[in-house]
Design a protein around this ligand. Sequence first.
Ligand code: COI
Length: 354
Amino acid sequence: MLATQLLEIEKCTQSKIDAVDFNNIPFGRTFSDHMLVAEYFDGQWQTAKIMPYGPIPLSPATSALHYGQAIFEGMKAHRTTDGRIAMFRPDKNIARFNKSAVRMSMPEVPEDIFMEGLLELIKLDIAWIPNKEGCSLYMRPLMFANEPCIGVKTSDRYMFIIMVGPVGPYYSEPVSVLVSEEYARAVKGGVGYAKTAGNYGRTLYPVELARKQGYKDILWLDGREQKYVEEIGTMNVFFVLDGKLITPSIDGTFLEGVTRESVIRIAQDLGYEVEQRKIDIAEIVAAHNNGLLEEMFGTGTAATVTHINRFGFRGEDYHLDLDKAVISKRIKEELEGIKSNAVPDRHGWLKFVE
Ligand code: COI
């Protein structure tokens, strides 16, 4: 199977890489020399093209801008300790992307176009993969409805893009979160599990309010009872209670994180007990008050494993002692070890780019 059967490639004439300071790479602002673009119309995907990264012409009537038919993914490629390049569980992201597509009434992207596109882009822009520890090449697949039509309907046209760029850590330090009882991120039957643009846009105003109160992000509760913990918007959430890991069980209202699932597997492999269940925020507060809440952390592709050092709830602040965060530190170390191929990849999570 030749990539050229699926893809056309137009290389850039002049790389921009010399202008990039690889010692200072803020998340999400630097993109490599190339991007993949594939269009869907007449009921099928057209030949995908890799072309120089740059602006795309859009009609003001572009459907996604009005009604939000837009989905995306977050994936990473990185250098391993033995000098190879690997992606971490790309099949899971592709599957989740297509699950989001179905929920948003969009066409699925064929797995071969998706995977070949990723591989070809990485090979072409290999020099953009940072060498520095904790840094990687972030890959952002995106699909949006681009029919120039403002009728409220499923679009006839879509654009699938993959852009990639070097990134450093999303959070460079532990994060504080405010438990929101006023705003909701998702409700049962909605689109909470889909990685769709509106799930993020709707959180920006409440997150700004939380920032004014000194918190970095929001810990979202369920949208119906405002009682059960769901996720942190950029991350899934875990607690360590009396030596046991607990995390909300999947119920369709929050993102089914690839890192979340990997962390659960790693924790079990390391012999820790993991419970996936409904978690009442009152239980977390009580556990903190009784000295049983030992750790709290978030997981995500961008965030990897990020410690939570404080949460605010009903005007009270609850602090977490990071010196006690031994389990999450051990899990993070194991996850990073697997990614860098320093620890055996026993579940076959790495896809090498040869
Ligand atoms: C990711 O972890 O890759 C995400 O997409 C979360 C956020 C950066 C939007």
